[in-house]
Design a protein. Sequence first.
Length: 338
Amino acid sequence: MRPIKQIHGDKAPHWVGDGFFVKTLINYVDDQPDFNYSHTDPFLLFDYGEPTTFAPNPDYQTQPHGIGKHPHKGFETVTLAYSGEISHADSIGGRGDILEGDVQWMTAGRGILHEEFHSEAFGQRGGVFSMVQMWVNLPSAHKLTDPKYQFIKRAEMPIIELVDSRDADSQDNLTKDAVAQSADKQTVIGQVAIIAGDWHGVTGNAVTFTPINLWDIALHTAGTTILEVPSTHNTLLLVQEGRVLVNGTSISAGNLIQFAAPIEPSVDSQPVPLSDAATDTIELTYSTDNDEHTPAKLLLLSGEPIGEPIAGHGPFVMNTQDELRQTFRDYQTGNFGT
């Protein structure tokens, strides 16, 4: 079982533009002995927008809520909408509305400009808005890759049913078809959507530059389930809604768990099916013994560390200070992204 090392949650929220009220739960610029980028590599930053209610915006056409055009270089942004909708547009022609449960995976690479606002439909009707955005580092060999945009719809994600590990006959979490064939033996307590990475041979649709798992988890029935993560990955787990026992520790919504350091990989970083990799376990126990019976929603992210030096400031993350200075010069002189 992978031990919990630290819980990140006691952070003051702040506005990004006027549309995203977020807590920055991890940030690569933090450089303390007990917490720094090496503990989360390749994940640079994690912003969590707790559920926030927005009134209808009658001025949406001229003043939509969000953040206008801004640059990124040297990494990827991954955005997941829990509630509400986000409109995205960028300098390479990528655009679209991220609806509830959808994911946008944007590779900034050698440079991109983009903007993010509440969608027109959400802006005009208002409602509860909640989202996650994380920054994922790129290895030096791909820092200057062409920018690209992946839009991953919820309906296109592989879904795995999670079964209660306390059932005598439970061996593994099963696909939907397998669960249907053994419903009399298995208690299904939730499901996981595979956004990126591998779950016992089931792979997510996101294309990544280094081995990464991103799993969106929902628990709706009392029980315990076991997750397996590669032993070589840095691993984090967000509790987005409800309360859950994680390895026996009660964790409430709005907290990001950082697990103990991984083992050193013995071979070059290559995606390895979970069934073939050395793994650690994480135990999730959900109880319905509460007044609200709130389902638990979680987001697991794990990734093999890149292990390279970084030099970053603002929206740019490179490997050296010289590269960072050149990036700022390029942006200021109109050569950004070329």
